[in-house]
Structures are given as structure tokens and as C-alpha cells.
Design a protein around this ligand. Sequence first.
Ligand code: HEC
Ligand code: HEC
Length: 328
Amino acid sequence: MRQSIRVLAAALAAAGFVAGVDLRAQDTEGANRVLPWAYVLNEPVENADTPDPDEIVTVPGSSVSMPRSAININDGPPDWHPDAHPPMPEVVARGGGEGVVACGYCHLPNGQGKPENAGVAGQPYEYIVQQMTDWRNGLRRPGEPRMGPPAFMERIGLATTDAEARVAAEYFSSIDFKPWVRVVETDAVPKTRFAGWIHEVIEGGGLEPIGTRVVETPEDLTRTKLRDDASGFIAYVPSGAVGRGRRIVLTGGDNSVACTTCHGPDLRGLGPVPALAGRSPSYMARQLYDLQTGLRDGAWSDLMDAAVENLTLEDIVNIVAYTASLEP
Ligand code: HEC
Ligand code: HEC
């Protein structure tokens, strides 16, 4: 894996991205500035306006309403559309034993997830159970420990029992993953700032060149902040990225192997191999990086070695642009 880290480093340095940064310092220092658009670190907030906690809030299409103070309760997060998913088991709705935070708090009640975490709906049962086992064994470490949510998931994964994991896996694998990310190819993106571990569009901030990035941001920031599991995301990707990604996925391109043999012809998963289609490109990019650097080194991760070994930053952007553009 060392070799591939150097390959990626060279590619990035050539592109003027991380000149002078030793990527191998990651493992111990965790200073990931390679994919800052995927490992979002919040910027300091100036004059934060604190909304009224007693204000009664709701979201479109919901008959539920609640005081704003009920939104960020991690042992009982909002469930705006209870009829749109099966009844949640306790571990998903309210959490489990010590340190096991309600899965629905981050992954949302219907498992659609957000860019700073992951869509878990519709992933194979065996796959979800295996990931939880990998966390329990300390084998899924994040490429940027300062990014709150993945570090939090690491702690939750350590605390979750096998029985709790199986109940959650049964629930999430039973739900179809719905279209959630709208991919837009462009040369210029709205300027964003990092807050709440995601890209927030700066109102009136104008445009800037996209560069070699994916900028994933809520379709409706207000609804996302209210943890509405019916409001998805826009992913701005560089012009031409979807087509370039398609070539890599179908043929392996210059630096990889075809993905469809294992992830299925439409990347909707195959047996226990996870689905990639239509899922958060930010999440997928973090995984390609974590797998390449060996930080994610679970029981099945070796199967990804040939696919990730020689990927460059540009390859990662192209691949996740394409996978996100597919119908789930
Ligand atoms: C505090 C927020 C949070 C909570 C609560 C949470 N997760 Fe996660 N989860 C995350 C994040 C963040 C990731 C993505 C990690 C990364 O980017 O590497 C993740 C990823 C996952 C994945 C990996 C998905 C994949 O495609 O490999 C699974 C499975 C998962 N979580 C299951 C659970 C279960 C089960 C629970 C409840 C016991 C839970 N999570 C609770 C934040 C959370
Ligand atoms: C030989 C089979 C195989 C091939 C080929 C393969 N994958 Fe995978 N992939 C897997 C397996 C198995 C996992 C689960 C790894 C784990 O559990 O750590 C995985 C996981 C992933 C993940 C993480 C998914 C998640 O939800 O966390 C991504 C992203 C991914 N693969 C992308 C790709 C891409 C892109 C290609 C082609 C360039 C590819 N894979 C080729 C077998 C394969």
C-alpha cells in the first residue's frame, strides 16, 4: 500500500494540490488535506445566530411537528415520515447499550444517510454485519480523524454488540435505497463553506472553479438541518467526469480494474458486495481513499486492492461522479 500512497501523492503534487505534504504522515498525524471536499472540517463560525429552541417546526409532506429543540436528540431523532419506512427497531430509533447512539440520528430513519455519513438503506445484510464487525475489531479507521462523524461512527462501531448490529442490519437491508443525489456537471460551482460537516452554499457568494473536486450540498439546507429524510443532495462534478468515470468503472481504465464484476452490472450490489449506484460521492471518495491507504482494512477489504492501488485523485473524482449519477 505504501507504493500506492506515493503514486497518489505524486499525482497530487503534480496537480499542485498538496505540494510538500507527506501523505504517509496520515496514519499517525491524521492531517488529511488530500480530499478536503470529502473529509469536511467545519470552519470557525462567526456571530452564530441561535434559533429559538421553542419554535415549532415541520417539513413539507409531513403531519408531524415539534419544537426545534427536539431535532438534535441523538437518542430519539425526528421521524418526519413514519409511514414511508418500516417500524424502526429500538437500536435505530433510540439507540442501544452504552455508547450505541440511535443509528437513525445520522443515517436518518429511512437509512438514506448524508454526505458526512453513509446511505445504509438497501445494502446487503451480510455486508452491514461485516462492517460492524470490522469496526468492533478496529479495522475501519477514517482518513481524517478530525472529521467528527466518521470518528463518532468508529466509537459507535466499537460499542455495538453483534446482536444490535444484526437487528440494525436487518432493518436497513430491508429498505430500498431511493434516488437521493442529483449530479450536475459544471466548470463553476457556488462558493461553499464548511459547516455541520458538509458544504453549505454561501448565499450571494458567487461562483468559483470546481477544480478536481466534488461539491455535494443539500437540495434544501433548511430541511437537511431538520434531519428530513425526504430531502436529498446535489453533487456538482467537473464537466466530463461522469463519462470518464464510466470508462473506469466498466473497463478499469488505465489505473484500475472493472468494478462491475463484483459490484454488479449496474453497481447495485451483488450478493454481499455493496451497492454504489446513486449513493453519496463524498462518502464513496472517502472509502476509496481509506481503502487505498489501508486505513480501512476489514475482512473483505483485500478484494478492493487491485481496484484502488493506483487510483489518482482525478480517478476518484471521476469514479464517484459516475457512481452517484446512476439510478440506485
Ligand atoms: C453520529 C453519527 C452516526 C451514528 C449515530 C451511526 N452512524 Fe453509522 N456511520 C456514520 C458515519 C459518519 C459513517 C461513514 C464513515 C466514513 O465516512 O468512513 C457511517 C457508516 C456506517 C456504515 C457503513 C456503510 C457502508 O456502506 O459501508 C454502516 C454499516 C453503519 N454506519 C451502521 C450504523 C449502525 C448500525 C448504527 C447504529 C448502531 C450507526 N451506524 C450509527 C455515522 C453514524
Ligand atoms: C474483486 C471484487 C471487487 C472489485 C473488482 C471491485 N470491488 Fe469495490 N468492493 C468489493 C468488496 C468486497 C467491498 C467491501 C470491502 C470491505 O468490506 O472492506 C468493496 C467496497 C467498495 C467500496 C466501499 C463501499 C461502501 O459502501 O463503503 C467502494 C466505494 C468500492 N468498492 C468501489 C469500487 C470501484 C470504484 C471499483 C472499480 C474501480 C471496485 N470497487 C471494484 C469488491 C470489489
